[in-house]
Each structure stands twice: as structure tokens, then as C-alpha cells.
Design a protein around this ligand. Structure first.
Ligand code: NAG
Ligand code: NAG
Length: 230
């Protein structure tokens, strides 16, 4: 845990130093060289409202009271009565609160964006059909990259993505699904094989992000419940 905190502090150093001339159209021109963004992946520990915009079950959504009552004063879709880890990370990095990716009307994502979806896991079978699985979250990052390339060009996109922080909370729903008699039978393997599959899929996503960023991956943090539980 101490190591994680150290890493977090180190990573936040990378994305701090932002100035505030972003509302005009020449977005990147006034960003200092150190500008990086924050990209959030994972499950209900990080979802800040994406599941509001998908067809899912009420158990996978948090858009009703008493959620949200102590800070936002409305149920934003966070599985919390207040802010959550990504909100505090953004705050300490002097970034604005990130939008959920599926929220309409945030075309820039210049400070980053949140792709997390409550109920999701590293495996596409986990809560299949009622969540945005990790691979789909990855495909959203690819879309954001394309958007950046259209607006900023190749070099600046590369620079921005390589200075960004990628924060994950993944794994507990995969393991939790084993307790659910309806979904546990999807993968007829023993516990160690199941752990290997979860870690294998997560590793693939991390590798793809590494390729997407092209080089100099700034910082990648796993709040890796999978590894702890395994
Ligand atoms: C939403 O999901 C339910 C249950 O799976 C299904 O019956 C319904 O048609 C879906 N609605 C839309 C708009 O896709
Ligand atoms: C990823 O998960 C699928 C099941 O969704 C599994 O068949 C596959 O072997 C896993 N991949 C790795 C690299 O572990």
C-alpha cells in the first residue's frame, strides 16, 4: 500500500502543472509541456456515471438516492454518497472532475475521461450484456486517441498520451462471478486457471494501451484487486 501511494504521488507529479486557457479553440497551444491527462478504467469503484447511459439492471446503476447525497447533492451515478478515488486523484492533480465517457457533450477530453462501468471485470463474460467490459473500455480509449489525432495531430497526441496516467480498478467482479451460480459455470476451470485468465486478459489490455501510447508510457497504476485476491 505504501508503494502504491508513492507511485500515485509520483504519477500525480507528472500530470500537475496545468494552466487554464483551455476554453478557446487552440487547446494544446496554451498547454504547458508537462500536461498529461487521466484515464480511468474499471468497475463500480471508479464508475462516475457511465452506467447511467447503458441498458442495464438497477443493481449496476447508482443514479438514485441516497447515492450522491453528501457531496454532489444528486445521484450522479457514482456508487458512493460522495466523491470516489478518481475524483480525489483528479483533484490532487489539479484537474477538473473527469466526465464519464458516455456522457453526451464532452468532445475534448483534454484532461482525460472516465471509462469505468459498475459490474464489469477483466473478462467479457463478467456481467455480460449489462456492463461496458474492459475491452470495450479500451476501444473507447482508441476512439479518444483518434479524436486527439484529428484535433492535435500525431506528435501532440503522442506527447499527451505518453504523459498521461492510466488508473485501473479491475478483478473483483470476475472473482465475484464465481459465487453466482448463473455465471460461475461460464468458464469450467479451476481457481488457479481462472486467476491466470483474469490476469492474462488484464495484461493484454495493458499491453494494448502500451502500444496505443507508442512509447514512453507515462504512468500506469493498477488498483489491482485481482492480484491482491489472487
Ligand atoms: C434493455 O434490456 C432489456 C432486458 O435485457 C430488454 O428487454 C430491452 O429490450 C432492452 N432495451 C433496449 C432499448 O435495448
Ligand atoms: C481471456 O479471457 C477469455 C475468456 O473470456 C479466455 O478464453 C482467454 O484465454 C483469456 N486470455 C488470456 C490471455 O488469458
Amino acid at each position: 500500500m505504501g508503494g502504491l501511494m508513492y507511485l500515485l504521488v509520483l504519477c500525480l507529479g507528472i500530470i500537475m502543472q496545468i494552466n487554464h486557457c483551455l476554453s478557446n479553440s487552440m487547446i494544446m497551444k496554451c498547454l504547458p509541456r508537462k500536461h498529461g491527462a487521466l484515464f480511468i478504467f474499471g468497475d463500480s469503484l471508479f464508475d462516475n456515471g457511465n452506467n447511467n447511459y447503458i441498458n442495464t439492471t438497477i443493481g449496476n446503476q447508482a443514479n438514485y438516492p441516497p447515492y450522491g447525497q453528501t457531496f454532489f447533492r444528486y445521484p450522479s451515478g457514482r456508487f458512493s454518497d460522495g466523491r470516489m478515488i478518481p475524483d480525489f486523484v483528479a483533484e490532487y492533480a489539479k484537474l477538473p472532475l473527469l466526465p464519464p465517457y458516455l456522457h453526451p457533450g464532452h468532445p475534448e477530453y483534454i484532461y482525460g475521461v472516465n471509462f469505468a462501468s459498475g459490474g464489469s471485470g477483466a473478462l467479457s463474460q463478467t456481467s455480460q450484456g449489462s456492463v461496458i467490459d474492459l475491452k470495450t473500455q479500451l476501444s473507447y480509449l482508441k476512439r479518444v486517441k483518434n479524436l486527439f489525432r484529428e484535433k492535435l495531430g500525431h506528435e501532440k497526441t503522442k506527447e499527451l498520451l505518453s504523459k498521461s496516467v492510466y488508473l485501473f480498478s479491475v478483478g473483483s467482479n470476475d472473482y465475484g462471478s464465481l459465487l453466482d451460480p448463473n455465471s460461475g459455470s461460464l468458464l469450467p476451470v479451476d481457481h488457479q486457471q481462472f486467476v491466470d485468465i483474469v490476469i492474462g486478459n488484464l495484461t493484454n489490455v495493458i499491453k494494448e494501451i502500451y502500444d496505443l501510447v507508442e512509447e514512453n508510457l507515462g504512468c500506469l497504476i493498477w488498483v489491482l484487486l485481482a492480484a491482491i485476491l489472487a
